[in-house]
Ligand binder design. Structure first.
Ligand code: AMP
Length: 416
């Protein structure tokens, strides 16, 4: 049988303790931060009609062209979501009037058929928000503030926020034409993909990772230079609000973000600890067309896996968030086994974590198990203790041992 029989698929991971404790901390703190901003949770399906993504993300984007897990089981082509915004907006659009002015968040797995490498998975997880409503620089600034707030709540230091603008919808044409003209003398120095992108989606040339293309991009004007005054003014107001809130960001006019649905503010958060895939999170204002509706809003997504890499680099890991070790019951003899099951039931009913061996095992074997379970306290009972209504209680931290009446064991455990 293949040696990878027990491995998950390439680019996918099983998440287990102690790492999973870090995931839980991040989820819990994210929920608390979102609640403080008045965001409600939404859980949309993993599978959507393919058209939900094609239309909103853009037909020529890498995600739609190359990275979707899609299939056609019957009439409609379906896809596993590669990101959270399109499905969330599909949902909000269906809520009619009430969908505008909504503030929602999601914590969910995403799927992209990319070449796996460090920090790039095929199943990854995002925490994201969407706030629908007409363009407003203060809403964009608040969204960035919320995201920064979340990174702080996780204890993540050293994140760098870069902001740019995609301009008004009416800026699209002059930007594309301006960039095409500026790139024309340098076509020979561009990679094959970018030569095609000049016609297809010229903005994508700006964030091509190829070194030759990056050198060309350094020499041409940024998209901002081809935009009208309204776009610059909007960006200026976002920056003013961020500065008033004491949030450090840098303007990088060559920041693009890959998807077509963005207008006005876009931003990316990177972290030096991430290496080649240094994007920790992205966000922006969008206008998503769904059927006859165009839904305006602003949102962000943070990749859990990358946030975890950055947290680890800051010395924060899952073991620090392990649940309390609880109590281990040691049973000497058959009668003690059954009595300890009753005691375990009473402790668990009080919300106390408690474990015991259900087979008759030696004292030594049971103590070893207690140690492995990380128990803080061990309660030992044999025929003698049961007859007296007592138990021997051992504190695992300092090794001290006392004999207590059973009701005192319960009382002390609860006081904890
Ligand atoms: P994007 O929508 O591509 O900007 O993604 C937003 C965030 O999700 C990124 O900044 C990453 O943190 C994370 N992310 C995107 N793609 C992947 C991937 N293939 N593997 C892991 N994380 C990813």
């Amino acid at each position: 049988m293949a040696s990878n029989e027990f491995q998950p698929l390439q680019g996918m991971s099983d998440i287990q303790a102690p790492e999973v404790y870090l995931w839980r901390m991040m989820e819990e703190r994210a929920r608390a931060v979102f609640a403080s901003y008045g965001y409600e949770e939404v859980r949309t399906p993993v599978l959507e009609r393919l058209s939900v993504f094609q239309r909103s993300l853009g037909d020529t984007t890498d995600v739609v062209k190359k990275e979707m897990y899609s299939f056609t089981p019957s009439k409609h082509a379906l896809a596993m979501r590669p990101e959270g915004t399109a499905g969330t907006i599909r949902h909000l659009a269906g809520r009619g009037e009430e969908g505008l002015g909504a503030r929602v968040f999601y914590i969910a797995p995403m799927f992209r058929y990319e070449r796996p490498q460090a920090g790039r998975k095929r199943q990854f997880h995002q925490v994201g928000v969407e706030a629908t409503g007409e363009p407003n620089p203060l809403a964009d600034a608040e969204c960035i503030a919320l995201q920064k707030n979340l990174l702080d709540a996780w204890g993540l230091a050293g994140a760098r926020i870069q902001v740019s603008t995609r301009g008004e919808p009416s800026d699209r044409k002059p930007v594309a034409e301006g960039l095409r003209q500026a790139l024309q003398p340098h076509v020979a120095a561009l990679c094959e993909d970018c030569r095609r992108r000049i016609e297809e989606n010229v903005l994508r040339v700006i964030d091509c990772k190829n070194e030759g293309c990056a050198r060309v991009v350094d020499r041409i004007p940024s998209p901002l230079e081809f935009m009208g005054p309204a776009a610059r003014d909007y960006l200026e107001r976002v920056m003013q609000a961020l500065s008033a809130m004491g949030i450090d960001v840098v303007v990088n006019p060559k920041l693009i973000r890959g998807l077509d649905y963005y207008v006005h503010t876009v931003w990316e958060i990177s972290h030096a600890a991430l290496g080649a895939q240094d994007a920790l999170a992205g966000g922006g204002r969008y206008e998503i067309a769904l059927g006859r509706k165009a839904v305006p809003g602003v949102g962000f997504a943070i990749g859990f896996e990358r946030a975890i890499m950055a947290l680890n680099a800051c010395g924060i890991d899952g073991a620090q968030f392990a649940p309390p070790g609880g109590i281990w019951l040691v049973s000497l003899g058959e009668a003690a086994l059954v009595e300890n099951m009753k005691l375990a039931r009473d402790l668990r009913a009080r919300g106390i974590r408690c474990g015991m061996e259900l087979d008759a095992k030696s004292m030594k074997a049971q103590m070893r198990k207690a140690d492995r379970a990380g128990a803080e306290m061990v309660v030992i009972r044999g025929d003698e203790e049961i007859a007296k209504g007592t138990a021997v209680v051992k504190n695992m931290a300092d090794g001290t041992q006392v004999e207590l009446a059973l009701e005192n064991v319960l009382r002390d455990a609860q006081a904890g």
